[in-house]
Write a protein that binds this ligand. Structure first.
Ligand SMILES: O=C(O)CCC(=O)C(=O)O
Ligand SMILES: [Fe+2]
Length: 232
């Protein structure tokens, strides 16, 4: 069983903040049992595929596939990824997709919970978006060298309305990167959400944002469960 804590007494201030900034970060969101079950599953029971693009083509490679590359191949891959990133479109991070066909019982329960009326009503209340009817999800892992350059999450074909990030990273140091930055329309940085454990960041898909480069000296991976609340 996974579930969020009841936070009805804080709801009004959360709503106000979301309405004002189109983003909000909540702390201590999962029940203690859910937080530790999810954390343990992400760390020990989840296989990640490394997502990146080469010449505009979306690629997902396992850690083993990347590990088996020669030094020369790795260097070439890095060069290609960095070239796109330097032009403003780049990503390199680990992901594990969860959907209605997922068999692992905890992730199945998580998918059902995030798509339940209890959870969707909570999101509708905070954001004022009454049309939210589904959630899509993935587990993500950012290790040293991973990043996601500035973008928005608008994708009409999937009806994305609100992006969410459940943080599962205790004891993160800002020097390690992996910071969720928000930008205004002029490209100025307006806010930063710091990776933490048992948090929920919610933001409007129109807000430009990025995940900063995770430095070579990051002690741990930055783990999250992330996705979108959708209107279709
Ligand atoms: O992990 C995060 O903080 C944000 C991820 C993100 O922006 C995305 O996956 O589109
Ligand atoms: Fe995003």
């Amino acid at each position: 069983m996974v579930e969020l804590k009841n936070i009805s007494e804080k709801l009004e201030s959360i709503q106000e903040e979301y309405m004002k900034n189109k983003r909000v970060m909540l702390s201590d969101v999962w029940t203690d049992e859910s937080a530790s079950l999810l954390h343990e599953a992400i760390e020990n029971k989840t296989s990640f595929l490394n997502a990146f693009a080469i010449d505009g083509k979306y690629i997902q490679s396992s850690d083993r596939e990347l590990g088996n590359m020669t030094t020369e191949e790795k260097r070439e891959l890095q060069r290609t990824i960095y070239k796109d990133a330097s032009n403003g479109i780049g990503f390199f991070y680990g992901r594990h997709n969860i959907n209605k066909n997922t068999e692992f019982s905890l992730y199945k329960a998580l998918f059902n919970y995030l798509n339940s009326d209890v959870c969707l009503n909570f999101i509708r209340q905070i954001t004022g978006n009454e049309n939210v009817i589904s959630a899509s999800l993935q587990v993500t892992r950012y290790i040293s060298g991973n990043f996601l350059t500035r973008h928005n999450d608008v994708l009409p074909s999937e009806g994305r309305a609100i992006a969410y990030v459940f943080g599962f990273t205790p004891n993160w140091h800002p020097d390690w990167g992996g910071l969720l930055h928000f930008f205004n329309a002029e490209g100025g940085m307006v806010d930063t959400f710091f990776p933490k454990n048992n948090t929920l960041s919610l933001f409007d898909v129109n807000l430009p944002h990025s995940v900063s480069y995770v430095t070579p000296f990051a002690k741990y991976p930055r783990y999250s469960i992330t996705g979108w609340f959708n209107v279709i």
